[in-house]
Ligand binder design. Structure first.
Ligand code: PEP
Ligand code: MN
Length: 355
């Protein structure tokens, strides 16, 4: 899969509905997306946040997936969350399985699934855990490998975020870059549907995934998204899927052109320069912090001053706006700067108290 994009000039595509709902829905969707997919997806057992929602059709959907294989000649995959799911999917000759985000979080579940897969070479997709713990994700790969399951693919579906955000799950692209650096041999598929939570962002997220040189996309599609029984807002129509995949711009990770290479080099030198300046400014800022700590110590004042914190946020936010900088970007930078300033002052005060 790692060279797939170069060979086919498009990413590896897994698509299909969030859930298999009926034989008609499965066959109609699979038939409509056939020209653009490598593997058809449909969840049979759905992990829902609350009970009494549609929890999937279960085992009977396997038969519909088998029809997609035999009548349409498309490979199929579904989610497994228990050893029993694994056993019946293996018996039904499902081509690929995925472990969902709510299962990857639990090493006991992953271990049980790994044991059930022992001795089989079916490809397994492992979605990132819901929270941004890359080691837990990597641990799931290690558990499967320990049981001889080596045909593994990572699926990036974003990370849970309890603050209001544009996306259902934060992409945290930096985590994915880290994952790739630590495991260059593992293909990574992006799931823009669960990241976006809304069909209108699927295209842009897919393009970012391509720009970061990820290997494929898992996109939820439904022949009639507005009637979907789960994840209705994020599913896209077959036509939309085909347009999105055909409209992707694939850029080369290699620089073959000397002219572009030297331009990029020059931009990178500018960036290096600015980064060094930022570090020097932070050093000067830290000098002042030391003097503030001394003053607070002499006068018995607390390190953390709520009023000052709000003032910092407010003035930096306003300045950021005039400079056309993203509001969250500015907020997060000053949150970190302020956090370390408080830590530094606390350390200095403790040292002064002890002397
Ligand atoms: C899904 O793919 O439909 C699904 C439930 O995904 P996740 O585990 O990423 O939430
Ligand atoms: Mn879904």
């Amino acid at each position: 899969m790692l060279n797939y994009k170069l060979e086919k000039n498009r990413p590896f595509i897994i698509s299909g509905p969030c859930s298999a709902e009926s034989e008609k829905q499965v066959i109609r969707t699979a038939n409509a997306i056939k020209p653009i997919v490598d593997v058809f997806r449909a969840g049979l057992w759905k992990p829902r946040t609350k009970p009494n929602n549609f929890e999937g059709v279960g085992e009977k959907g396997l038969n519909w997936l088998n029809k997609v294989q035999s009548k349409l000649g498309i490979k199929v995959c579904t989610e497994v969350a228990t050893p029993k799911h694994v056993d019946i999917c293996l018996k039904s000759n499902i081509d690929m399985l995925w472990i969902g985000a709510r299962t990857t979080v639990n090493p006991f579940y992953v271990e049980e699934i790994a044991q059930a897969l022992k001795g089989h070479d079916i490809p397994i997709l492992i979605k990132n855990p819901t929270h941004p713990d890359i080691n837990l994700w990597i641990g799931a790969f290690e558990r499967l490998k320990k049981h001889g399951v080596n045909n593994l693919v990572a699926v990036h579906r974003g990370f849970y975020n309890d603050t209001s955000s544009t996306f259902r799950n934060e992409p945290r692209w930096e985590k994915i870059i880290k994952f790739r650096k630590a495991n260059p041999e593992i293909p990574i598929i992006c799931d823009p549907s669960h990241i976006s939570g809304n069909s209108k962002y699927v295209k842009d997220i897919s393009q970012i995934a391509m720009d970061l040189d990820l290997d494929g996309l898992m996109i939820e599609s439904h022949y009639d998204p507005k009637t979907a029984l789960s994840d209705r807002k994020q599913q896209i129509s077959p036509k939309n899927l085909i347009d999105i995949v055909k409209g992707l711009t694939l850029r080369s990770p290699e620089l073959n052109d000397d002219n572009i290479s030297s331009q990029l080099q020059s931009f990178r030198l500018d960036i290096d320069n600015y980064d060094m300046k930022i570090l020097e400014l932070l050093m000067h800022r830290e000098d002042i912090i030391k003097q503030i700590a001394d003053l607070k110590h002499l006068n018995g004042i607390t390190v953390f001053q709520l009023k000052r914190w709000f003032e910092i946020l407010d003035t930096r936010k306003k300045k950021g706006e005039t400079l056309d900088l993203d509001e969250n970007f500015v907020y997060e930078i000053f949150e970190i700067i302020h956090k370390y300033s408080i830590l530094k002052q606390t350390k200095i005060l403790q040292n002064l108290d002890n002397n």
